[in-house]
Design a protein around this ligand. Structure first.
Ligand code: ATP
Ligand code: MG
Length: 384
């Protein structure tokens, strides 16, 4: 029996593309023949509206009724309240009544697991259940985190929303600890990337920088191709090409082929050197051979030919000067260049090379206690 995947699309920041992601992912999966249930868990009802129900307040049954029945321990009829959508997905709709219910959840026993009870009861009918959360970290979102196996966090590729992730990750950690230990973050999805801004570029790079050390990324070859087609530059950093081949096998070439630039900083790993040697190819040189014969009939001949010799042989590459690097940009002949001296950078003092205290410890950052300032407003949720 195949296992149902329950995914929540969360971010307490508004307008990051949660509903859009949920809808498109759901319909995409349905097009692939999967059985999909979309649950609108946002009192704004945006998913419901966007799937073609402009007046969710007029719907007979919504998630609010289902929650109420679970709280009252009443029976839910099979398929109750589910709308079959023409795009092939099922929808459990929501409207503004859900926000009233959220407030009243405060006094309910096991209030974090109401949605989970519903999800568990319909699970066997679906391959995927996607939950669209509203822009808050209130009890409805906690319910979604408790019901889900995986999370997708859409993030607008700008600096500030990325910072706001901290609070969300802290909440996820608490839910893991107290309610749902198996909860995994499937990924942070960059939405609305405007590759013309530097912020977007920084974030795109920032998030993919460590990709060589985290094991296999599913469908990386398709991912980099898609990233390229959206005119965003992707940059993979590897110790050696063999690393990529070991993990991605035949797809390694596709992945490298989709990179706009390759930078070789030196090294002796044989397959990297061989590939690089081939990539550099032969330089064409013009050769003029002249011949002259003397004697009774002196003659002079000149013969012109084009020939090639390897730009840099494998041996030469292996002993390349440590101060040099080779940069290959798509469509341009490779450059042999000096490496940039980091100590000359205006912000060198902020690096961990300059001072160990600058080292960025993600674990510490995520687990840091939140400091409240007098005018800050937060939703406080009792996690039991
Ligand atoms: N990947 C994207 N590229 C461009 N525009 C997008 C993308 N995703 C969403 N949008 C647009 O951004 C706006 C907000 O998207 P959406 O409603 O999906 O965000 P949301 O996170 O669900 O918002 P809320 O927090 O209010 O629920 C919409 O106008 C949507 O069309
Ligand atoms: Mg939304």
């Amino acid at each position: 029996m195949s296992k149902t995947v329950v995914m929540a699309v969360v971010n307490q920041k508004g307008g990051t593309g949660k509903t859009t992601t949920c809808e498109n992912l759901g319909i995409g999966l349905a097009n692939e023949g999967k059985r999909v249930l979309l649950i609108d868990s946002d009192p704004q009802g945006s998913l419901t509206i966007s799937l073609g129900y402009p007046r969710p307040d007029e719907l007979q049954v919504t998630l609010t009724d289902i929650f109420t029945k679970i709280i009252k321990e009443e029976e839910i009829a099979p398929g109750e309240g589910i709308i079959k959508h023409e795009e092939g997905v099922d929808l459990m709709p929501a409207n503004i009544e859900l926000s009233g219910l959220e407030v009243s959840l405060v006094n309910v026993i096991n209030r974090e697991k109401i949605l989970k009870q519903y999800v568990d009861s319909v699970k066997d009918k679906y391959d995927f259940i996607l939950i669209d959360c509203g822009p808050s970290l209130g009890m409805l979102t906690i319910n979604a985190l408790a019901a889900a196996d995986r999370l997708i966090i859409p993030v607008q590729a700008q600096y500030l929303p990325a910072k706001g992730l901290e609070l969300l990750l802290q909440t996820v950690n608490k839910v893991r600890k107290h309610i749902n230990p198996g909860l995994k973050i499937e990924g942070i999805l960059l939405t609305m990337v405007d590759s013309r801004t530097n912020y977007a570029k920084d974030i795109s790079n920032l998030i993919r920088n460590e990709c060589a050390n985290i094991g296999q990324i599913p469908n990386l070859e398709k991912l980099v191709a898609t990233i390229r087609s959206r005119e965003i530059s992707a940059c993979l950093i590897l110790q050696a090409k063999s690393q990529l081949k070991a993990i991605y096998k035949d797809n390694a070439d596709t992945i490298v082929g989709n990179m706009d630039s390759q930078l070789f900083l030196g090294g002796t790993e044989p397959s990297t050197l061989k590939d690089l040697n081939q990539m550099l190819g032969k330089e064409t040189i013009d050769m003029y051979n002249t011949g002259e014969s003397r004697g009774n009939n002196p003659s002079y001949s000149m013969n012109y030919q084009k020939t090639g010799h390897e730009l840099l042989s494998v041996d030469e590459l292996a002993v390349m000067d440590g101060e040099k690097c080779i940069l290959q940009l798509r469509g341009v002949r490779p450059f042999l260049s000096d490496k940039y001296d980091l100590t000359k950078h205006p912000n060198y003092r902020e690096t961990a090379d300059y001072d160990k205290r600058n080292f960025f410890d993600v674990e510490k950052y995520v687990n840091r206690k939140l400091r409240l300032k007098p005018d800050d407003e937060y939703d406080v949720i009792d996690m039991g």
